[in-house]
Design a binder for this molecule. Structure first.
Ligand SMILES: Cc1cc2nc3c(=O)[nH]c(=O)nc-3n(C[C@H](O)[C@H](O)[C@H](O)COP(=O)(O)OP(=O)(O)OC[C@H]3O[C@@H](n4cnc5c(N)ncnc54)[C@H](O)[C@@H]3O)c2cc1C
Ligand code: SF4
Ligand code: SF4
Length: 1002
């Protein structure tokens, strides 16, 4: 019985699992949740694997393959899982190389060669090569998460393939383990070879492949597209009797012929100079027609962006400014044309020729020239995010990848795109065109709802018509993304039956028992077999009374479905997303892993009550609610909101722990606890109390807890605050300014005619660091504002300060959080009505008004409050822009401030404003840096079981940066927990920016 027969397998087979656990050093994941997380790639398909192993090294791979062979179980190699055609899903044992097998093995910079393990991510590799002025040139859009193993097996291609070619042109050798356990180095084999080519099994393969090539040479010549962009089938066209590279047969084999354990690559020098000409066209056809002329100028890239994409990008806040800079007017299409090389003058000369060419084409002002490298890379980033920009589309209709990378000759490009657009129209849909015009490989995804049979039928019809057209043009139906489940079926029509039999012969010679990745390239299933779809015919969302407003997505489950597995959350920098993955390397602790687990649970695919199960709790446990995904996930997966919804249901079923209550209800008991500050603070000084705290409440003994202030903030004048006692309140941070005294802050606060502002002091700044609130009061007063802090209108006790409800949200206590939100709305209603700015200091708290309030209490009042609520730095920025905020600040010559932006500031784009606020201080140098979360994340880092993870996340960026700052550098951080983490784990004191401004304005 062949290995890919379903009858052979026992899903999650205990014997297989037990053997793997016994014999492998790496991880073994056989639970239903893990299998679910590995059942999708970035295609429309979903097949649950039998289990997952994460090998530590080559020996682990060999052992896993031997076990699989003996147990009669197929194997699916996996990298980042970002394939679009379904080649990375199978009913098999998945071997994930991305976690441990990610090392650069050997670099020979002189010979421009590198040997890597298959799990190395392209951009990581390029980072390590930069100091040698070298790079690996196959620049796939997914370069920040695609692994070299996956790229090799997919024969991936980048935007600059016209200059550098595809993977097959840049892979020198592959060390692979074959299905029978033979390990061989696949490399160049000369025409005449003898026993020096070993082992014997490999030698036999070389002989057989050459015989096959001799036999099929005419058919190959007749049927293989004569195009650079041809990645369908096996590369039998590259075999030659006069000598060929056997590695090239493995390139593009999609995990079906052997398991790569090491890959040797050719490197290129980084071109020192680049220029970019952005060619504008009033018609799409004109752009397509012009491409054949443009490529004659020898560009390193010529990439298309069409009008729909430009408009979608303009709608995304992150991209709008840059799109407005490089797109002039309303063109139907633009071609990003790059010239790169050693000679800067030569690049400029060719840019000039491009301008002349556009003039000859009747478009004299058709080129925007970009010579500044930063501007160029911002433009490229928009192009790179093309697919993601498109996928931000909400609802069930989605751009579907199945004819996305057909390639034709440049002279046919205009007619082909025109005819295909007509096919879409005939089937009642449309597609957005973009990408590799230079090589005739344009991406296009018709918008379809593959949850519905009708649209699935349309998918087949469009595919068949498109491929027939491609055949007519002698083009390639698979020009970049590979074959997988979506394309392999069409090989018969494209290559003809004879070559398909030859492909089968290749497979059978390498892998007679069908051990590797069944059903890809040869003996495929139908592309429209809905039993293999992510949304199978019986897919349904389970009924659930959600507590947050998910109407923007059409429900909680639909929000989880937004994840299309593109894997952007696997990047390691820049940006914030996703700290828990960066620290663990686990699919489980990744935004994608969480979204997929939720989707499976919410559609009943993980059994009853999966949403409130322990496994789901574990899946969510390391999400630090940083909101990195909210901003950086291209499809807008907002895991923080999903976690809150999950916690609500989970805690409703399982109840709250003592620690949950202790943290959640802090804003309620803080007024009663504050008078006992000296007593409570003993916990940080007496180790036995810390140990007891860990036992009783699960708060790590290795952590300090925030120090209670004995003089909490009591509201702006006319309720003056008492001065701090010596050594108290300022945490030893050398605060120059005391809290406002009766008559001081008050006098300023009540200045006649001054604009009024509401200062919203959160629980943390009120009870633990009131000096921040005092500083804010003083700074605002000095800058000409009258500060008020409204008395709460409702709630027990009547005078209990306002609270955003964040601590309740973190415990899933949404009803309590809603109660706090209602108090806030009621109390601030007059200020909102009067248009008074509402200013907060703590990003996590203030931004709750803008982010979570609308999800909890949707409505106009909430919207109005959200519109007025702003962080201190946002207020400063908007007031400065209006010519206000006149604050006299003393110069700080020679001083530097190093600012760490809180994750929520980054998510809401306010970190830049915080740096700008500091820059108001004359002669102060303000530095910022790119980093993920600090790791404290509210109470996360205080929790005993998360102590180590919290530090690990901090060490990814924030902690070393702060620790290594010069002793006289002013460290700035607006987040309470960031400051706590920096103090605890870097031994440095950071200040809220308002304190630094206060010092300078005193
Ligand atoms: C938004 C988006 C943009 C994309 N842009 C591009 C692009 O510009 N150019 C392009 O070419 N592709 C692109 N792709 C497709 C995909 O990202 C690439 O093909 C990428 O190289 C896949 O890498 P991976 O690590 O995710 O591989 P995976 O999906 O994990 O694996 C790919 C194949 O390789 C096999 N494999 C993995 N490791 C091994 C191994 N050790 N031994 C043998 N076989 C192995 C797998 O079995 C599978 O068949 C894009 C995809 C998305 C979602
Ligand atoms: S969570 Fe977002 S970034 Fe991650 S794979 Fe899903 S869609 Fe992509
Ligand atoms: S909120 Fe942060 S930790 Fe959680 S999934 Fe998103 S990026 Fe990852």
């Amino acid at each position: 019985m062949p290995l890919d027969s379903p009858a052979r397998h026992d899903p999650g087979s205990p014997r297989l699992e037990a053997r793997l656990r016994r014999e492998l050093k790496g991880e073994v994941l056989f639970d239903a949740f893990s299998r679910g997380r590995y059942s999708t790639d970035a295609s429309i398909y979903q097949i649950e694997p039998l289990g997952v192993a994460v090998p530590k090294d080559r020996e682990d791979v060999a052992a896993a393959l031997a076990i699989a062979r003996e147990e009669g179980v197929p194997v699916l190699p996996r990298g980042g899982g970002t394939s679009q055609c379904g080649q990375t899903v199978a009913r098999a044992l998945v071997l994930d190389c991305s976690k441990f097998m990610d090392r650069v093995v050997a670099l020979d910079a002189g010979a421009r060669r590198v040997k890597v393990q298959p799990g190395v991510v392209l951009e990581r590799l390029n980072q390590s090569l930069r100091r040698h002025k070298l790079f690996y040139p196959v620049d796939v859009s997914t370069g920040d998460r695609a692994t070299i193993g996956g790229m090799t097996a997919n024969n991936s291609c980048g935007a600059r393939s016209i200059r550098y070619g595809n993977m097959v042109h840049n892979v020198r050798a592959i060390d692979a383990i074959l299905a029978d356990g033979t390990a061989a180095r696949f490399a160049e084999v000369p025409g005449n070879f003898g026993e020096e080519v070993e082992p014997e099994r490999y030698r036999g393969l070389v002989r057989d492949m050459r015989a096959l090539h001799r036999r099929e040479a005419d058919e190959i010549d007749r049927r293989f597209p004569k195009l650079l962009r041809r990645v369908g089938g096996y590369n039998i066209d590259m075999i030659s009797d006069s000598g060929h590279n056997m590695a090239h047969l493995l390139v593009g084999s999609e995990g079906t012929l052997g398991f790569f354990t090491e890959i040797e690559l050719d490197l290129q020098p980084i071109p020192p100079h680049r220029v970019l000409g952005i060619c504008h066209f009033p018609s799409f056809y004109g752009a397509m027609d012009a491409t054949q002329h443009i490529v004659k100028l020898g560009p390193s890239a010529c990439e298309l962006v069409d009008r729909t994409m430009i408009e979608l990008a303009r709608d995304i806040a992150m991209f709008r400014p840059i799109v407005d800079r490089f797109v002039r007017g309303e063109p139907e299409a633009i071609l990003l044309t790059e010239f790169a090389g050693e000679d800067a003058d030569d690049n400029l000369r060719r840019l000039k020729q491009l301008v002349e060419l556009m003039g000859d084409l009747g478009l004299p002002d058709g080129v925007v020239e970009a010579t500044d490298p930063t501007f160029q890379s911002a433009v490229w980033n928009v192009r790179k995010e093309g697919l993601n920009i498109m996928m931000s589309m909400k609802g069930d209709g989605k751009p579907i990848s199945f004819i996305e990378d057909c390639a034709v000759r440049l002279e046919d490009l205009a007619e082909y795109t025109d005819r295909l657009t007509e096919v879409f129209r005939k089937h009642g849909t449309y597609g957005t065109w973009y990408a590799h015009a230079s090589v005739g490989c344009l991406h296009v995804r018709p918008v379809l709802n593959v949850k519905q049979e009708l649209d699935v039928r349309k998918m087949r019809a469009i595919a068949e018509e498109a491929f027939a057209m491609v055949r007519e043009y002698k083009g390639s139906h698979s020009g970049e993304h590979g074959d997988g489940l979506v394309r392999s079926e069409h090989h018969e029509a494209m290559f003809g039956p004879r070559l398909v039999r030859a492909f089968e012969e290749v497979k059978d010679r390498f892998d007679p028992a069908g051990l590797f990745n069944p059903g890809k390239i040869v003996r495929p299933s139908k592309m429209d077999d809905r039993s293999l779809f992510r949304f199978k015919p019986n897919y349904r969302q389970l009924p659930l009374d959600s507590v947050l407003d998910w109407s923007e997505w059409g429900g909680f489950a639909s929000a989880a479905e937004m994840c299309n597995n593109n894997g952007a959350c696997r990047k390691s920098d820049p940006g914030v997303m996703c700290p828990s993955y960066r620290a663990t390397g686990d699919e489980q602790h990744l935004t994608r892993g969480r979204a997929n687990t939720l989707r499976l649970a919410l559609s009943g695919q993980l059994g009853p009550e999966a949403l409130t199960s322990e496994e789901m709790r574990e899946t969510m446990a390391l999400c630090v609610s940083c909101k990195g995904c909210k901003r950086e996930c291209p499809t807008g997966v907002d895991m923080v909101k999903m976690k809150v919804e999950f916690l609500y249901h989970y805690k409703k079923r399982h109840g709250l722990s003592v620690r949950d209550r202790l943290i959640a209800y802090l804003p309620r008991y803080a007024p009663y606890a504050a008078p006992f500050a000296p007593l409570l603070n003993l916990r940080n000084r007496v180790p036995v109390l810390a140990a007891l705290g860990e036992k009783a409440f699960g708060l790590s003994r290795r952590r300090s807890l925030p120090n209670w202030s004995s003089q909490p903030y009591r509201g702006a004048s006319p309720h003056p605050n008492p001065p701090p006692r010596a050594g108290e309140g300022d945490h030893g941070r050398g605060v120059k300014n005391p809290p406002p005294q009766a008559g001081e802050g008050g006098e300023r606060s009540e200045r006649v005619g001054a604009a009024e502002v509401v200062l919203l002091v959160d629980t943390f700044n009120r009870y633990f660091e009131p000096e921040n609130a005092w500083a804010a009061e003083r700074v605002l007063a000095r800058a000409g504002y009258r500060v008020t802090t409204p008395e709460p209108a409702v709630g027990r006790p009547q005078g209990r300060p306002l609270c955003c409800g964040r601590t309740f949200l973190a415990a899933g206590l949404i009803d309590e959080a809603k109660a706090e939100a209602r108090r806030m709305l009621l109390t601030l209603a007059p200020a909102v009505a009067a248009g008074t700015p509402i200013i907060g200091l703590e990003p996590a708290c203030l931004l709750t008004l803008r982010d979570e309030f609308p999800a909890m209490l949707p409505g106009d009042e909430t919207k109005a409050l959200a519109a007025r609520a702003q962080l201190f730095e946002e207020f400063v920025a908007s007031e400065r822009a209006a010519g206000h905020f006149d604050l006299k600040l003393a110069a700080m010559p020679g001083r530097t401030a190093l600012l760490h932006g809180h994750c929520h500031q980054k998510a809401f784009n306010t970190a830049g404003a915080a740096a700008d606020a500091l820059r108001l201080i004359p002669e102060l140098t303000v530095e910022t840096f790119d980093s993920t979360c600090c790791g404290m994340a509210g109470s996360f880092g205080l929790e005993a079981e998360h102590h180590d993870m919290s530090l690990k996340i901090g060490e990814l960026g924030v902690l070393p940066k702060m620790r290594d700052a010069a002793p006289d550098t002013l460290l700035a951080a607006c987040g309470t927990s960031c400051r706590h983490q920096i103090a605890d784990a870097a031994g440095r004191q950071a200040l809220h920016i308002v304190r630094i401004l206060d010092d300078a304005s005193a």
